[in-house]
Write a protein that binds this ligand. Structure first.
Ligand code: NAP
Ligand code: HSE
Length: 430
């Protein structure tokens, strides 16, 4: 490597432009930290004619991937173009061409991370992906290095900035779902197609990445229970608040002798839980380790400069490994076989919101369904339903299995309709 490190950027959108800005503005710091200059020498974009305020020479821009990857002087390829198959191929080609690679792409890492990390090992290169989860929070490095000495038993995080932003705006400013989503999109938090954000898939992908690392195993996307924002019904936020809970879209996973359980879903969190006060596009990840106990990382989960900070931190790590000639020496092989917990071993308290006919004996019949499945109830509240002749029952169970929750839901058919249901999470932490 010469007296500068040469970077090829794949993508110059929200994240890519932030990466260029940080590299340009922090040049002296990079020189001090690395002892060498870092220079962005090629940038791949889709539309070469688009007007861009870049601070880079116009001739670094290209629409041809080969002009970046095929350029022998490029040391590090930074993939921030998004998408799945094309991005995956670009990462593979870069590794095979002997480049260090940095990506912010959780979609690719969740689906192909294990395969790509193995390819990086084979090619004696590194693949860094800090920005793929929780934007500006150094969560990957915390799991890989900071907590490497510990045994992690569970993780719970707000790992999607868009849905947290929407829920905050709806709760605090009474904004409509549509307006809040439009604002999250305008601010660059939401994906180009926000379906994965609001449907819980984006957070599920991030939990695949975090859980695989935390438990040193191969978690796949199909192992994750995914429920989106559409499961949150009108009135739920206020009802939760009335009994001391806040609804948050979380990703959570935990492991014990029965296996691993990974979910991405809206949950009830006690108002006093630290995650309940994480608002707007901010993310936070709550970790429980056998030795450390509870610890939480908090910070911006999306946006141009916060995400670019993580990307550039990876560029620095890639440069250091190159300069020290230790690239491709990291251990990625998982330690444990994949074991997913069956539903009868997934234990939680549940909140059920039911609509029933407002008539004598209905409460007895409903509670009999719960006791028939061995589930005891912590509280039952009845209030008038929106429809004439209907009542709503708000039930909180004691700890039951997910299988019991599913069985109860089925048994209630014909007697009550389940308006919404949530797991109650995090009570042990308040
Ligand atoms: P973006 O704003 O849509 O930018 C994508 C960039 O890639 C654009 O410059 C686009 O070119 C270029 N591009 C896309 N497809 C291409 C193709 N086939 N060939 C050549 N160039 C192509 O996306 P972003 O928000 O920066 O996100 C980039 C990645 O970072 C994604 O994987 C995303 O999930 C991840 N991420 C984003 C955030 C965030 O807050 N936005 C946070 C963490 C991680 P044009 O400019 O010509 O259209
Ligand atoms: N759309 C993602 C979010 C971007 O809202 O969290 C960061 O991964």
């Amino acid at each position: 490597m010469a007296n500068k490190v040469s970077v090829g950027l794949l993508g110059f959108g929200t994240v890519g432009s932030g990466v260029a800005a940080i590299v340009q503005q922090h040049q002296q710091d990079l020189l001090h930290k690395l002892g060498t200059e870092v220079s962005i020498d090629k940038v791949l974009v889709k539309d070469i004619t688009k007007k861009r305020d870049t601070g880079l020479p116009p001739d670094v821009f290209t629409a041809e991937l080969d002009e970046v990857i095929g350029d022998a002087s490029i040391d590090i390829v930074v993939e921030v173009m998004g998408g799945i198959e094309e991005a995956k191929q670009a990462i593979e080609q870069s590794l095979r061409a002997g480049k260090q690679v940095v990506t912010a792409n959780k979609d690719v890492m969740a689906l192909y991370g294990h395969e790509l990390l193995q390819l990086a090992d084979t090619e004696k290169q590194d693949l860094f992906y800090e920005a793929s989860v929780a934007g500006g929070i150094p969560i990957i490095r915390t799991l890989e290095d900071g907590l490497a000495s510990d045994r992690i038993s569970n993780l719970m995080g707000i790992v999607n900035g868009t849905t947290n932003f929407i829920l905050t705006k709806m709760k605090q400013e009474n904004m409509s779902y549509e307006d809040a989503l439009a604002e999250a999109t305008a601010l660059g938090f939401a994906e180009a197609d926000p379906t994965a954000d609001v449907g819980g898939l984006d957070a599920a992908r991030k939990m695949v990445i975090l859980s695989s690392l935390a438990y040193s195993t191969e978690v796949s996307l199909e192992d994750v229970l995914v429920r989106g924002m559409d499961e949150i019904r009108d009135g739920d936020v206020e009802l939760a608040s009335r009994i001391g809970y806040t609804i948050k879209m979380v990703g959570a996973s935990q492991t014990d002798e029965d296996g691993i359980e990974v979910v991405s879903e809206p949950v009830f969190l006690p108002d006093a839980h630290p995650l309940a006060s994480v608002n707007n596009e901010f993310n936070a990840v709550y970790i429980h380790g056998a030795a450390v106990g509870e610890t939480m990382l908090y910070g911006p989960g999306a946006g141009s400069l916060p995400t670019a900070t993580s990307v550039v931190a990876d560029v620095i790590a890639a440069c250091r490994n190159l300069l020290l000639e230790v690239n491709g020496k990291r251990q990625h092989a998982p330690q444990h076989e994949r074991a997913i917990k069956p539903p009868d071993k997934q234990i939680a308290k549940y909140f059920h919101r039911l609509s029933v006919d407002d008539e004598v004996g209905v409460l007895t019949k409903v509670t009999a369904v719960y006791s028939g499945r061995g589930a005891s109830l912590a509280s039952v509240i009845q209030h008038p339903g929106e429809e004439e002749g209907k009542a709503e029952l708000l039930l909180v169970t004691h700890r039951i299995s997910r299988q019991q929750h599913l069985d109860i839901t089925k048994d209630l058919e014909g007697l009550a309709s389940m308006i919404s249901h949530y797991r109650i999470a995090g009570e042990e932490s308040v």
